[in-house]
Design a protein around this ligand. Structure first.
Ligand SMILES: [Zn+2]
Length: 218
């Protein structure tokens, strides 16, 4: 979730293709591509700020319930120079991982550049407009946390294997599967190749399971 005032015409619908390719460009540019994805390491490497709800409450003299009213999971602030991601540290790790990656998605999809922010203000964007940006950040997050080349292979080993490999919740894995084909259709082959190469150790490991080579196409 972000707080923003539009600077240019707002997209009528989530730009799934834009968000998908941003996700793979992000993976391709990251130093490492270990699974599960570790957003806090990435956030620190990019020199973005990060605060837990506990820290944010102390800093801003707010109660937890006041911050939870902003968003139950997390939000980000951009002051024109630096980004700060604020996240709920009182929920399960899989949910935190997805929230942090979702917030990285807002940054990487240029939501703060395209749309001016108002810190902790609600004026500017309608509920529907927030939903558009959040859908793009969700698209980014599901592709970064569970990249297509690996998700396509691991789906044949069941949800537990997938949740353990990617460190995500069952809900996040269900959404990953729901969007699998559409995200694959939106992904540029060049980026798929770059990310497959980066994740080749995981692909090789799964390929080596005797007689269990899954079908790459749905
Ligand atoms: Zn969001």
């Amino acid at each position: 979730m972000i707080y923003a005032i539009p600077k240019k015409p707002f997209p009528a619908a989530p730009r799934q293709m834009h968000a998908t390719n941003r996700a793979y460009r992000f993976i391709a540019r990251e130093e490492t591509a270990a699974l599960p994805f570790l957003p806090l390491i990435s956030i620190r490497r990019h020199k973005w700020g990060v605060l837990t709800y506990t820290e944010f409450c102390k800093l801003e003299d707010l109660t937890i319930s006041q911050v939870l009213r902003i968003n139950p999971d997390g939000f980000s602030i951009y002051d024109g120079e630096n980004y700060t991601i604020i996240y709920n540290d009182r929920v399960q790790p899989g949910r935190i991982l997805f929230t942090l990656t979702h917030e990285i998605g807002h940054i990487e999809c240029n939501h703060f550049i395209e749309f001016e922010q108002t810190i902790l203000g609600r004026n500017g964007l309608s509920k529907d407009q927030y939903a558009v940006l959040d859908a793009e950040a969700d698209c980014f997050a599901r592709n970064v946390t569970a990249p297509l080349p690996i998700a396509k292979l691991v789906q044949h080993y069941g949800p537990k294997a997938a949740m353990s490999l990617f460190g995500i919740t069952k809900t996040a894995w269900s959404l990953r599967l729901f969007w699998l084909k559409r995200d694959a259709d939106n992904l540029m082959p060049m980026l798929l190749n770059a990310v497959s190469f980066k994740l080749r150790d995981y692909i090789d490991e799964m390929d080596s399971f005797e007689g269990a080579m899954p079908d790459w196409e749905e």
